[in-house]
Design a protein around this ligand. Structure first.
Ligand code: NAI
Ligand code: MG
Length: 498
């Protein structure tokens, strides 16, 4: 368990090395069926490797390994488990550059602005949770003077984690680190589009953790994720992805009456009051929209409400700023914006842009596509779009697009802004930009979202509970409470002293 892995900075070589493999019970193994599917670089459409197409048989092996390893893992002291998770974090830091390049290759997220950033914060989740082992404590309860009454936190058992492709490494980290520190063992199902960087992480963790504690499968949602959720020995599912798939998983979990954590989509509002610092708000919109990630973020600020006196100036500054972002080869250091992840997502995003245009909204299409002849002609590049003149009932206003598309609307007065902002089935994140304390405080109380910020737009941070209300999901991630509430059972114990 203690040997180290060489660092490999050529992501194509690494993708090739990791091709067609799962990690089950400490070993890299092909799918039982031998089936694989292509993984592409979305900037050129070259096939960079193959992913093992996991199915029910692989699920059975992985869950059996996790189940067998669980008592031994839970038998270590919580602090000992924590130390091992911190050691995983240390090794992941050593491999950060390699992981950044690999995730850029499989997802098309620009290396400098996105992929390297994801790789550099990844270890944080491990270090944060690794330090929380001793917080898995219970309580004593003053129930009766003649009875010693206490509660104790126990692991659930085998946890299934189903992850998406947009920030695959970080989202996996915030699921597995708390699950493992709490004494559970884990089976991850990676996203079809991005199986390699997360598999590499597992290979690195495998140098530190006992076999079976941690297992990862690649495969299609229904064929591999489905049997994983349904497996009788899986006691908890944690999922990030679409509302549609979240509901399928919730239904399957209901059949077994097991708990789920669901981090689903969003349609996050950003309210800019007339007294806001315009430049800060514009920067906040560019960052909050995750334009450099092609808007492929669940918290993306896709509904921007700007108070009328400021609206025109805001649109002018926003479009000028986004227009300067350089679109190009994701692996090129000069690139700000890479590609959409897949053909499916490319078609989805471009169809929304068409809908907006057909409805008569004004499309400000920004940044230039990579030059013809650059070898990137077939890539899934989409120009960022700022829409104005969009109706409140438009599908652009209602539905999650998951692309570089945002809408700017006007309003007058805080009441109108709050009414519009809260008029959504989603409730993940929201921001308000103002210099007035009362306005800011009122908005934080009344915005319907799991994560509300004033004059800034931060992302998931270790220590802060993260998650949505309404159709944005169930449960919280990234905090101590997330570990205690979502990855343990509470047992009540009474000792009669008479
Ligand atoms: P998805 O929700 O279908 O896929 C996410 C994960 O769930 C993948 O690992 C997939 O294989 C798995 N999955 C799919 N069907 C499953 C099933 N029946 N049982 C078990 N696992 C299953 O999302 P997809 O298709 O990649 O993207 C569609 C839309 O979802 C996006 O346009 C976006 O709106 C939203 N999305 C939201 C994310 C977020 O961060 N909240 C991340 C990715 C997508
Ligand atoms: Mg899907």
């Amino acid at each position: 368990m203690s040997e180290t892995l060489n660092i490999n900075l050529d992501p194509r070589l690494l993708a090739n090395e990791l091709s067609s493999l799962h990690l089950i019970n400490g070993a890299l193994v092909p799918a039982t069926s031998g089936e694989t599917f292509d993984v592409i670089y979305p900037a050129t459409l070259e096939v960079i490797g193959k992913a093992a197409a996991g199915d029910r048989d692989d699920v059975v092996s992985a869950v059996a390994a996790a189940k067998a390893a669980q008592p031994g893992w839970a038998g270590l002291s919580a602090r000992e488990r924590g130390k091992l998770i911190v050691e995983c974090g240390r090794r992941l830091t050593e491999h950060a550059e390699e992981l950044g390049r690999l995730v850029a290759l499989e997802t098309g997220k620009a290396l400098r602005t996105e992929s390297r950033v994801e790789a550099s914060v990844l270890a944080d989740a491990f270090v944060f949770y690794g330090g929380l082992g001793s917080e898995l404590k219970g309580e004593t309860v003053p129930f009766s003077p003649t009875m010693m009454t206490l509660t104790q936190r126990e692991p659930i058992g085998v946890v299934a984690a189903i992850i998406p492709w947009n920030v695959p490494m970080m989202l996996m980290a915030y699921k597995i680190a708390p699950a493992l520190v709490a004494g559970n063992t884990v089976v991850v199902k990676s996203a079809e589009e991005a199986p390699f960087a997360v598999l590499r992480i597992c290979q690195i963790m495998n140098q530190v953790l006992p076999a079976g504690v941690f297992n990862i499968l690649s495969g299609m949602g229904p064929e591999c994720g489905g049997p994983l959720v349904a497996h009788p020995d899986v006691g908890k599912v944690t999922f990030t992805g679409s509302v549609e798939t979240g509901k399928i998983i919730y239904r399957a979990a209901a059949e077994k009456l097991i708990p789920v954590t669901l981090e689903l989509g969003g349609k996050s509002p950003m309210i800019v009051m007339a007294d806001a610092d315009l430049d800060k708000a514009v920067d906040g919109a560019v960052g909050g929209m995750r334009f450099t990630r092609q808007g492929q973020s669940c918290t993306a600020a896709t509904r921007i409400y700007v108070e009328e006196p400021l609206r025109e100036a805001f649109v002018e500054k926003l479009t000028a700023k986004v227009n300067k972002l350089k679109m190009g080869d994701p692996l090129d250091e000069a690139t700000d914006i890479g590609t959409i992840v897949s053909q499916q997502q490319y078609e989805r995003v471009t169809s929304f842009i068409e809908i907006g245009k057909k409805e008569g909204a004004t499309a400000h299409e920004l940044s230039a596509l990579p030059q013809a002849g650059s070898g990137l002609d077939k890539g899934f590049f989409v120009r960022p779009v700022v829409f104005t003149n969009v109706s409140d009932e438009s599908r652009l206003t209602r539905e999650e697009i998951f692309g570089p598309v945002t809408c700017v609307y006007g309003f007058n007065g805080l009441e109108e802004a709050l009414r519009l902002a809260n008029d959504s089935v989603y409730g993940l994140a929201a921001t308000i930009w103002t210099r007035d304390l009362k306005t800011a405080m009122t908005a934080t109380q009344r915005l319907q979202a799991g994560f509300v910020q004033v004059n800034q737009n931060l992302v998931v941070m270790p220590g802060l509970s993260y998650g949505g209300i309404k159709q944005s999901g169930l449960g919280r991630e990234a905090s101590l409470e997330a570990m205690l509430e979502h990855f343990t059972h509470k047992k009540t114990i009474i000792i009669n002293m008479t």
